[in-house]
Write a protein that binds this ligand. Structure first.
Ligand code: XMP
Length: 516
């Protein structure tokens, strides 16, 4: 395995992800407890992460001495490179002292010597794109090191001591903006550390099950299902770990897509035999939403009603010691970001955020380290049907935020029908998996049309489809005109209440993915 010593970079989890992708098990330990983790884990190599801190700053973090005494290969990334240099006797100076600013964003480096990290990948004299983000820099490296790649702003872009198998990169190989970064990390863990690369999601499942058992003991766990992939995967995994100690609650707000609620209930009760409380609260949600047209008020009402109902059900089943959530790593990064000032609320996201404090429960979050595609892989590993695992993301407030203006049962039904046709056509065209998210939006606008000899005066429906890797930014999916034409014709012909279909051509930013 690989031990990743975390100095607080926002992208440390990406290092773990790249190591997983190379088929090697890794654990992240904060620098404060890394020594203990080292003894427990007995790793074959060590990676030192980046950090918001600077090595020259007083009190900035250091790697435990055992890292250097162990004789194991080390890869230091950004701050990791600098802290290694400093601790081994080299020199790191703040950017402002060297008279040069830092380097942030895309940069190009030139390979000056062969190095084990570059094996089969980068040759001498080649230029490669990397992603830099640093203010301070190494000004004198420690004994035994030499430069193997340079860039304009970082003469020590990559340094290596091949004898001790110590490597330092000033850039971040773990981010996607360093296109070959994953391969560099794979070279480190496989070639340099000699690890086989045969670790799989099946191993992750076993490790997590043991962790869940250790955390929960004989306690009771309650899990809210949303109908989405994340909470379902979390629930199935936890059920495998602790069986009947888990109760699942599905608060069905009636704002799901066509047949979606039934699919969740069938999957859990029949397929997995997991006890499930299905709260059918459609009327309650629709009556609460009646007359409301303000997007934030709609979101807030749904979030609060959801929590109230969930809490009431939890009390009915006698309460629980733990609340399980399908929190993913992107949710974690956003919530602990180092951006400093308060960020502006674009939308009040609906999740069960306020619940743990209110109910005084500890959290079980077995997916905290994973990214969406990894959760899908774990879901497959757990035997969840492909049609479920591969589903596009669906927002907590459901169709309510895809019906600008007032939400009524009638409008939900119209939207459900149109959305189902759109998705059916997308699947039939083999495009579903190439799209991050596709859905229809029912607009509070009526326009005039003509069908046969009749005048119609009905609603406009907008279609949206985007590509994205994390939902933070998104591009419009470029359907062929013939495809859109087919969908528009079918919807207008088959869905009463819609007489015009338009395609949303806005990327994010400046648009958001959902319309409200
Ligand atoms: P936006 O509309 O902000 O959406 O560009 C980004 C991603 O988040 C999903 N989304 C939500 N997910 N609760 C969720 O769990 C919510 O309240 C919520 N609102 C938006 C959206 O579908 C997209 O994938």
């Amino acid at each position: 395995s690989i031990l990743i010593v975390d100095f607080g970079s926002q992208v440390t989890q990406l290092i773990a992800r790249r190591v997983r992708e190379a088929g090697v098990y890794s654990e992240i330990a904060p620098f404060t407890t890394a020594e203990e983790a080292f003894h427990r884990l007995q790793p074959k190599g060590i990676i030192l992460s980046g950090s918001p801190a600077g090595v020259p700053e007083e009190g900035s973090p250091r790697a435990p001495q055992i890292v250097f005494d162990s004789g194991l290969p080390i890869l230091g990334i950004c701050y990791g490179q600098q802290v290694m240099t400093h601790q081994l006797g080299g020199e790191v100076r703040p950017g402002h002292e060297t008279g040069e600013g830092g380097e942030f964003g895309r940069a190009f480096l030139t390979v000056t010597r062969p190095c084990a990290l570059f094996d089969g990948l980068w040759a001498e004299g080649e230029r490669h794109q990397v992603w830099m983000s640093h203010g301070d820099k190494v000004t004198r490296f420690a004994d035994g090191f030499e430069i193997v790649a340079t860039s304009d702003g970082a003469p020590f872009a990559v340094i290596a001591d091949e004898k001790r198998k110590y490597y330092g990169t000033q850039f971040h190989p773990e981010v996607v903006h360093t296109p070959d970064g994953g391969k560099l990390i794979a070279n480190f863990v496989r070639h340099v550390c000699g690890l086989a690369g045969d670790w799989t999601m099946a191993e992750f499942r076993k490790t997590k099950i043991a962790e869940i058992r250790a955390q929960v003991g004989k306690g009771r766990v309650i899990c809210g299902l949303s109908g989405g992939v994340d909470s379902a995967v979390a629930a199935v995994l936890i059920h495998e770990a602790i069986g009947e100690q888990l109760t699942c609650v599905f608060v069905d707000h009636g704002l799901m897509r066509l047949n979606e609620a039934e699919q969740v209930v069938t999957l859990f009760r029949d397929h997995y035999n997991i006890p499930l409380v299905h709260v059918n609260a459609e009327e309650m949600f629709l009556s609460g939403l009646a007359g409301e047209t303000d997007p934030e008020k709609k979101r807030k009402f749904i979030g609060k009603a959801f929590i109230d109902l969930f809490e009431a059900e939890a009390n009915k089943v006698g309460g629980a010691d733990f609340l399980a959530q399908g929190t993913l790593y992107p949710d974690v990064i956003e919530s602990v970001s180092f951006t400093g000032g308060p960020s502006v609320t674009i939308k009040s996201h609906h999740n069960v955020g306020g619940l743990p404090e209110r109910m005084n429960m500890a959290l079980v979050e077995p997916l905290r380290e994973l990214f969406k595609d990894e959760v899908r892989e774990l879901g497959r590993e757990l035997g969840l049907p492909e049609a479920f695992v591969g589903r596009h993301p669906f927002p907590g407030p459901g169709l309510a935020i895809r019906i600008p203006g007032e939400v009524t049962k009638e409008r939900c039904d119209i939207l459900r029908k149109a959305d189902a046709i759109y998705l059916e056509e997308i699947r039939a065209a083999g495009l579903y998996d190439a799209i991050w998210q596709a859905f229809a939006v029912l607009l509070p606008v009526r326009t005039v049309g003509v069908m046969g000899d009749y005048r119609t005066y009905d609603s406009v429906l907008a279609l949206r489809a985007v590509t994205s890797t994390d939902g933070m930014t998104a591009d419009v999916y470029p359907f062929e005109a013939a495809f859109l034409g087919r969908v528009a014709t079918r919807i207008v012909n088959e869905v009463k209440g819609v007489n015009r279909v338009v395609y949303d051509y806005t990327s994010k930013p400046p648009g958001t993915i959902e319309w409200e």
